[in-house]
Write a protein that binds this ligand. Structure first.
Ligand code: TRP
Ligand code: ZN
Length: 896
C-alpha cells in the first residue's frame, strides 16, 4: 500500500535492476469480485549490474502463492516491502510463479483491472500492472507476453489481449477461454486485456510493404454506426506514418476498444489500444466537428505511439516526454497535413495555420499557467511524488513544442534522418531523452548540447525584442533578449537556443526580402534566427523604409514575446501580416490589451467602453471575405479566460468576467448586421459530412450566433432558436444551444430541456449538456449563481462521481472554465471544491488530483479570494487517508 505522504522519487537515483523478465506467461480466471491471476516469470540476471534480489512491485494484491523454480522460497529469501516484495534468486536464471487474487469490482480507481458496464478492462500506464500481479513494474523491463483469459461466455463473449490470437475454445460451466501472444517484448505498462460484450467494425488493409492486416474497432452493441470515423482515422494514420516516416504497422492485427469509464483520453497498449468512448464514437447527430477532429487526432496519437513509445520506449518515467512530446508533435503534424490535404493547394497554408493556432491556444491556456505555478517542472522532471500527476501540459504540449523546435532547426529532411538513426540505434530498447537528441545531433552533424537545456529548465522564457531603424543607411537592427523567470527549486536559468522566425513588413504590407549584414544579397522573407545568448543583435540591411517586425512566426518557440507595439501597429499586423498565425496573434494581443484595460476600469467601479479602433480592426478581420471561415473563426474568438487570468495581476475573475461580458455584448451589438449577414451566407447545404471547409463555416456561424445572443440581439436569438430546432447535425444544434445558454434569454431553459429530452439515454451527449450548464456565465447580475445549478446536477440521474467523463464535464468545466462563478465572492465555490476533491479522492485519486489542480495558482488571486481559498486547501490536506496524488498537488500549492 502507498502511504499518505508519498516519498519523493528522484531522476538521479535511477539504477538498472539486478533481475529482469524475459518472458511472462499470464493466466486470468476472470470473476467480478475474485479474479485469480497466475503469472510465470522467466527471470534473467542482468550481468551488467551488481548482484541483488528480484524486485517485485505490488499494490492492493492478495498473494496466494509464490514459488521459485517450483518450490516455496526459504522464509529469509522472501521479504515483504511497503510497495511489494523482494526475492533472492540464485544463478543466472529462475522461474518465479505467483498467484494473486484481485477484486475488479471494488477497483474504483480505473487503474489496474476494473469493471465498466459489466465488462473487464485494464489500464496499466503508469503503474497499474502492479495492481494486477507482482512484477518488476518499470518500463525498462521488457518481456514477451503470452496471456490466457478465462471468463463467463455470456457476460464476456469477447476476450482480447495484446498481439495475435493463438487459440480459443469452450470450457465447462458456461465459461470459455482465449490465448494471445505478443511477438514484441514490451514493458508492463503496455499490457492490456478486455473481456466484455462488444461488437466489432472490421477492415482489412495492406501495409506499404504489402502485408495484409486486420483492423478492428470494438464498441458496445448499438454503437456500430458510430465507429466509422475512428476506423477511417486509423487508416489515415497508418498511411501518414508510412509516407512521412517510413513506419509501418508491425502486427497482423490492430484493435481499438471503446470504454465508457476511463481516466484519460486513450491508451496505446501494444496492438490493443483502449479508448475513452469520447474519442471513438461519432455520428452526425451526436458528435460535433470538434469531436470528429479530436477523434482523428487521438486515434492518430495512439497509433503513432506504436513506434514512438512502444517499439522504442522510456527507460524510466522521468523520460515520459520522450514518447509523449514526440507523439503529440507527430499527431499535430498529421492533423495539419490532413487539413491541408482537404483544403486543397490554394488554402493549405491557412488550413495549417488554423491547426497551429489551436495548438498554441492550448499551450497558452493550459501550459503557461502550469509553468508559472507551484507544479512548474521541466519537460523532463527531476522529481515527483506521484507519476500520475506528471501527465501534464508541460510534458505533452511543451514537450511537443521542443520537438517542433528541433524540426525547425534541422529541417524536414534533417529531422527525418534523425528519426531514422534513432530507430536504428534504439529499436526494441528503453531509452532516454538524451538518446533521442543525440541521434538528431549525430544525423545532422550538429551540436545540440545547449538545446538540451529545454529538457532541464522549467518556466516560460520571455523573449524581448526591440527594433532600431537607421534611415541614414537603410538598416534595421533587431535586439533580441531572453530570460526565464525562476520556478520552484530552480532559481537560476541559463540561456536557451530559441529559434525565432522573423519577417519584416513594408509599409504597404508586403514582406521584405531579408538580408543580414555580411550577406551578399537578400534571401527569403521569413528567416529563422537562432538566439543562443541572453542578448543578441541581428542587423538587416538594404531596406528602403522602416519595417514593422513580425516575430515568432508560426509560433516558432514556446515563449512569451515581449515586444512593445502600439494599437495602430497591432491593427496593421492584424490586417497585413502575411503569416496567418501572427495575424491571429496580433488580434489576440490587441484583444488582451483591451480586455485587461476594461477589467481594470470595471474592477475599480469606473465606467468603461470598448475602444472604437479595436472594434474597427476586429470587424475588418472577422468580415474579410478573402479569408477562409475557419481562420476567421479563430481570429474572432477572444483569448481563453484562463490565459487572460494569468496575464492579470492580481487575478480578479469577477472583473475579468465583467470585461468579457461587455466586450461580447459590444461586439455583438456593433457588428450585429455583419453577424446576421454571415448567418445568411454561411449555412452549409446538403447532408452533414465531416470536412474542414464545412466545419469552418459552421464554426464561424456559431460564433456569430454567440456574439448576437450575448448582445441580446432579438433577430440573433430568434435565429438561434430556429437553428436549434431545425438542426440536422450536432454541430449546428449544439452551437445554437450554446449561444442561447450564454445569453440572458429565457429561451435557454426550454432549449436545455428539449436537448435533454432528445438525448436522455446518450451518455456522451449528456456530457455536453452537463458541461454547457457548468460553464454558463451570469448574463444578468441578479441571476442565481451557476454553483446552484451545478449542485442540482450532481443529483441528476445521469450524473455519477464514478465516471470521469461526467466529473470532467460538470466539475472540471465549473472549476477550470468558469472562474468568475467558481470564485464567487462568498467563497461557496471553494467550499464546494474541497467537498468534491475529498469525495472524489476516496474513489479515484487520479481524477481527484486533476480537480485539485484547479486551485494550484491560488496565490495569484486577489487577497480576498486567497483568504477564502487557503482554509479549503488546508482542509483537503488534513483529510485522513488522502491519496499521494492529491497530497502532492495540495502540498505544493501550500508550500511557501
Ligand atoms: N499514454 C496515454 C497517452 O498519452 C496516456 C494515458 C492513458 C494515461 N491512460 C492513462 C496516463 C492513465 C496515466 C494514467 O496516449
Ligand atoms: Zn500519448
Amino acid at each position: 500500500m502507498k502511504t499518505e505522504h508519498a516519498p519523493t522519487i528522484h531522476r538521479a537515483d535511477y539504477r538498472p535492476l539486478p533481475w529482469t523478465v524475459e518472458r511472462i506467461d499470464l493466466h486470468f480466471n476472470l470473476d467480478p469480485t475474485a479474479t485469480v491471476v497466475t503469472s510465470r516469470l522467466n527471470c534473467v540476471r542482468n550481468p551488467e549490474v551488481e548482484a541483488g534480489p528480484l524486485r517485485l512491485w505490488g499494490d492492493t494484491l492478495e498473494c496466494l502463492l509464490l514459488t521459485v523454480d517450483g518450490a516455496e522460497p526459504a522464509a529469509a529469501a522472501l521479504r515483504e516491502l511497503e510497495d511489494g516484495l523482494e526475492v533472492d534468486l540464485a544463478g543466472e536464471r529462475a522461474v518465479v510463479e505467483i498467484h494473486t487474487r484481485i477484486d475488479p469490482q471494488a477497483n474504483t480507481t480505473l487503474s489496474g483491472l476494473y469493471l465498466s458496464n459489466g465488462g473487464f478492462f485494464t489500464q496499466c500506464e503508469a503503474e497499474g500492472f502492479r495492481r494486477i500481479t507482482y512484477f518488476p513494474d518499470r518500463p525498462d523491463v521488457m518481456a514477451r507476453y503470452t496471456v490466457t483469459l478465462e471468463a463467463d461466455r455470456e457476460r464476456c463473449p469477447v476476450l482480447l489481449s495484446n498481439g495475435n490470437l493463438l487459440e480459443q475454445g469452450e470450457l465447462p460451466g458456461g465459461r470459455h477461454y482465449a490465448r494471445w501472444e505478443d511477438p514484441f517484448p514490451k514493458p508492463s505498462y503496455l499490457f492490456a486485456l478486455v473481456a466484455a460484450r462488444l461488437v466489432v467494425l472490421e477492415r482489412k488493409a495492406q501495409t506499404a510493404s504489402g502485408r495484409e492486416v486486420l483492423l478492428q474497432v470494438w464498441v458496445e452493441e448499438g454503437n456500430l454506426d458510430r465507429a466509422g470515423h475512428a476506423m477511417d482515422s486509423l487508416i489515415h494514420s497508418m498511411r501518414w506514418d508510412e509516407r512521412t516516416f517510413g513506419l509501418e504497422l508491425d502486427l497482423d492485427r490492430f484493435m481499438i476498444v471503446a470504454v465508457a469509464d476511463f481516466n484519460m483520453g486513450a491508451m496505446e497498449n501494444k496492438g490493443l489500444n483502449i479508448f475513452n468512448t469520447k474519442y471513438v464514437l461519432a455520428k452526425p447527430d451526436t458528435a460535433t466537428d470538434v469531436d470528429y477532429e479530436h477523434i482523428e487526432s487521438v486515434v492518430a496519437h495512439e497509433y503513432f505511439h506504436n513506434w514512438t513509445g512502444n517499439r522504442v520506449t522510456c527507460r524510466d518515467w522521468f523520460q515520459l516526454t520522450l514518447k509523449e512530446g514526440l507523439t503529440v508533435f507527430r499527431d499535430q503534424q498529421f492533423s495539419a497535413d490532413m487539413l491541408a490535404e482537404a483544403a486543397g493547394e490554394e488554402d493549405a497554408a491557412s488550413a495549417r495555420a488554423v491547426k497551429r493556432i489551436d495548438d498554441v491556444r492550448v499551450l497558452r491556456a493550459a501550459q503557461f499557467p502550469e509553468d508559472a505555478g507551484p507544479m512548474a517542472h521541466p519537460i523532463r522532471p527531476d522529481s515527483y511524488q506521484e507519476i500520475n500527476n506528471f501527465y501534464t501540459a508541460t510534458v505533452y504540449e511543451k514537450g511537443a513544442e521542443v520537438i517542433r523546435m528541433l524540426h525547425t532547426l534541422l529541417g524536414t529532411e534533417g529531422f527525418r534522418n534523425g528519426m531514422d538513426l534513432y530507430f536504428s540505434y534504439h529499436d526494441g530498447k528503453a531509452v532516454t531523452c538524451d538518446d533521442f537528441v543525440d541521434a538528431m545531433a549525430e544525423a545532422n552533424g550538429r551540436d545540440l548540447d545547449q538545446f538540451m537545456r529545454w529538457y532541464a529548465q522549467a518556466g516560460t522564457p520571455r523573449l524581448g525584442a526591440r527594433g532600431e531603424w537607421n534611415a541614414a543607411d537603410g538598416s534595421y537592427t533587431l535586439r533580441l533578449t531572453q530570460h526565464t523567470p525562476p520556478t520552484p527549486g530552480q532559481a537560476e536559468k541559463l540561456p536557451l537556443v530559441i529559434p525565432v522566425a522573423v519577417g519584416l513588413i513594408a509599409p504597404d504590407g508586403s514582406d521584405l526580402p531579408l538580408q543580414l549584414e555580411g550577406e551578399s544579397q537578400p534571401g527569403a522573407s521569413t528567416r529563422v534566427l537562432e538566439l543562443k545568448t541572453a542578448e543578441q543583435r541581428f542587423r538587416f540591411v538594404g531596406l528602403s523604409a522602416e519595417p514593422v517586425p513580425s516575430l515568432l512566426r508560426g509560433f516558432s518557440a514556446p515563449v512569451l514575446l515581449e515586444l512593445e507595439e502600439d494599437d495602430e501597429r497591432l491593427a496593421f499586423r492584424m490586417a497585413k501580416d502575411s503569416d496567418p498565425c501572427n495575424r491571429w496573434d496580433a488580434a489576440q494581443r490587441y484583444a488582451e490589451r483591451v480586455i485587461l484595460a476594461l477589467a481594470a476600469d470595471l474592477g475599480q467601479g469606473r465606467a468603461a467602453a470598448v475602444p472604437e479602433a479595436f472594434i474597427r480592426a476586429f470587424r475588418s478581420l472577422a468580415t474579410d471575405e478573402a479569408l477562409d471561415p475557419a481562420f476567421r473563426a479563430q481570429a474572432a474568438a477572444l483569448p481563453a479566460e484562463g490565459y487572460l487570468l494569468e496575464r492579470m495581476s492580481p487575478a480578479d475573475p469577477a472583473a475579468l468576467r465583467a470585461a468579457l461580458r461587455l466586450l461580447y455584448a459590444t461586439l455583438g451589438e456593433r457588428l450585429a448586421a455583419d453577424w446576421l449577414a454571415l448567418c445568411e451566407r454561411l449555412p452549409v447545404a446538403g447532408e452533414y459530412r465531416y470536412h474542414p471547409a464545412d466545419a469552418g463555416r459552421r464554426a464561424l456561424l456559431n460564433l456569430a450566433l454567440r456574439y448576437l445572443a450575448a448582445a441580446g440581439n432579438e433577430a440573433g436569438l430568434a435565429l438561434a432558436r430556429q437553428r436549434f430546432g431545425a438542426a440536422g447535425n450536432m454541430t449546428d444544434r449544439f452551437g445554437a444551444l450554446a449561444a442561447l445558454v450564454q445569453s440572458a434569454s429565457p429561451a435557454r431553459e426550454d432549449a436545455l430541456a428539449a436537448f435533454h429530452a432528445r438525448y436522455k439515454d446518450d451518455a456522451l451527449v449528456l456530457d455536453k449538456w452537463f458541461s454547457l450548464q457548468a460553464g454558463a456565465w451570469r448574463w444578468q447580475d441578479d441571476a442565481p449563481g451557476t454553483l446552484l445549478r451545478v449542485k442540482a446536477l450532481l443529483d441528476d440521474a445521469a450524473f455519477s462521481l464514478s465516471n470521469p467523463n461526467k466529473v470532467y464535464s460538470l466539475l472540471g468545466t465549473f472549476f477550470r472554465a468558469n472562474p468568475a462563478e467558481f470564485h464567487a465572492a462568498d467563497g461557496s465555490g471553494h467550499v464546494f471544491w474541497a467537498d468534491m476533491v475529498i469525495a472524489l479522492d476516496a474513489r479515484n485519486p487520479q481524477v481527484a488530483a486533476r480537480m485539485a489542480r484547479a486551485l494550484e495558482n491560488w496565490r495569484r488571486y486577489t487577497p480576498a479570494l486567497q483568504a477564502s481559498i487557503r482554509p479549503q486547501l488546508e482542509r483537503v490536506l488534513a483529510t485522513k487517508g488522502l491519496s499521494p496524488d492529491v497530497s502532492e498537488v495540495i502540498g505544493k500549492a501550500l508550500q511557501d
